[in-house]
Design a protein around this ligand. Structure first.
Ligand code: NAD
Length: 412
């Protein structure tokens, strides 16, 4: 099953749980807009290569769309559609005034020079620009994109329109209206989620063992946060392989190793282990923070952890979900667990529009409150429906989107 067909099945289930009117169910099974574009790029040697890019908006009933930009060699339209729907559900779970979107270019950024990457980003931005803007659709960083890419995006949009459109892109560098909270916000949100779910389950955070898949923009800062909270990171996996140290991996040393060598491979203070056995290694917490589908049926059968917190998008397949539910393993779904990034984007957008920077303490307080309220609302809904957190989250979000659809009605 593709991520999109799994998402549709989960949307149908959530809509049934929330008793969403039949009129809206078909609408939510279909993305509102999909723009596919050719992205011709002049290579450094003078050749021209043509890449494919997309921007997908799943739903904008609750407000302008918001969602990441991903550069990846296996990117598919359907994956982006599923991620756009996830964004619409996430903003509804958070109860913030946005819909959901996602976009990107099918390319391997590692094979592009900095100049080629900039030309690709700017041409992509230009091609999808008709859909973007502070009141239309607001991009943010995702896999293989960062503040530098967001800087090129906002510059292209601003120059092409001839006036300032700072609030049309989030995750920007500080020098052009970005915020301090954005870097690391997703990891900070995952950390809050870990604390929230441990509190509900009456589990002690200190000395609890964690396994993390992915040591990138989310996984690495998260490893530091978990370690600071007293947890032991016993296993880490990235694209190059997996490492294990039952006593706990020294996160600072691992981070320094990755800075020097690019991957975790060859890290001397842990043993290499088979990636396929990662989830079976003894731990209380499992955090997938890489790509979709990482926790499949086999992983669900062998998983040792009691709690899964989904930092990545769609890491748990539908088959795995069923097995984990049968085994009584708690899965905090992506729409809650990795919501810190979109909260930071919301705050950046709001400050850019106000033309006024909030005090750090105010932003931090609002960040904590929004995420805690969302977690508690999902927890309460799943308890009252007697379903998993994912099904409860989908029911909560779809109920809110349906309320917005009812209030607006259908035009014409
Ligand atoms: P990243 O590109 O910075 O890091 C990805 C990490 O995953 C790297 O360590 C990489 O080696 C590893 N990886 C890639 N392919 C792998 C594979 N096949 N097996 C094992 N490891 C693999 O990406 P990121 O920004 O850290 O995002 C990670 C996940 O979190 C993605 O699912 C992303 O959509 C999600 N997410 C990111 C943000 C954000 O703010 N960056 C926000 C919400 C959700």
């Amino acid at each position: 099953m593709s991520l999109w067909s799994e998402t549709v099945a989960r949307l149908d289930d959530g809509a049934a749980l929330a008793d969403v009117d039949q009129r809206w169910r078909a609408k939510l099974r279909t993305p509102q807009r999909v723009l596919e574009v050719a992205v011709p790029v002049r290579r450094d040697d003078g050749r021209v290569d043509v890449f494919t890019g997309w921007r997908v908006q799943h739903d904008t009933t609750r407000g302008p769309a918001i969602g990441g930009i991903r550069f990846h060699p296996e990117l598919e339209r359907d994956t982006l559609t599923a991620l756009a729907a996830t964004m619409a559900l996430k903003t509804a779970v958070l109860d913030i005034p946005f819909g959901g979107s996602m976009g990107g270019v099918r390319c391997d950024p590692a094979s592009l020079s900095p100049g080629e990457l900039e030309r690709l980003t700017r041409r992509y931005a230009f091609e999808v620009m008709a859909l973007l803007g502070p009141d239309r659709d607001i991009p943010a960083p995702d896999v293989n994109t960062d503040g530098r890419v967001m800087g090129w995006l906002v510059d292209t949009i601003t120059v092409a329109n001839g006036h300032e459109l700072n609030a049309s892109v989030t995750g920007k560098p500080l020098a052009i209206g970005g915020t301090r909270q954005h870097a690391g916000a997703t990891a900070a949100g995952v950390m809050m989620t870990v604390r929230n779910v441990y509190t509900q389950l009456g589990l002690p955070v200190a000395n609890s063992r964690a396994t993390i898949q992915g040591f990138g923009k989310v996984g690495e800062p998260l490893a530091f946060l978990l370690h600071s909270a007293g947890m032991r990171i016993v296993a880490v996996q990235d694209i190059s392989g997996a490492i294990h140290n039952p006593v706990g991996i020294d996160v600072s040393e691992l981070s320094a190793h990755v800075k020097e060598h690019g991957t975790i491979s060859g890290f001397p203070l842990a043993d290499p282990t088979e990636p396929a056995k990662l989830w079976a290694l003894p731990a209380e917490l499992a955090v997938p923070a890489a790509l979709a589908g990482a926790l499949d049926r086999d992983a669900a059968v062998s998983l040792s952890a009691r709690v899964v917190v989904e930092a990545a998008y769609g890491p748990t397949t539908a088959a795995a979900d069923e097995i984990l539910a049968e085994r009584g393993i708690i899965v905090v779904p992506d729409v809650v667990a990795n919501a810190g990034g979109v909260v930071a984007s919301y705050f950046e957008w709001a400050q850019n529009r106000q033309g006024f920077a909030w005090e750090q303490s105010i932003a931090a307080d609002r960040f904590h409150r929004l995420l805690e309220q969302a977690f508690l609302a999902v927890w309460a809904r799943s308890q009252s429906l007697n379903v998993s957190l994912r099904r409860g989250a989908f029911a909560l979000a779809l109920g809110r989107i349906a309320d917005a659809l009812d209030s607006r009605g259908l035009w014409p």
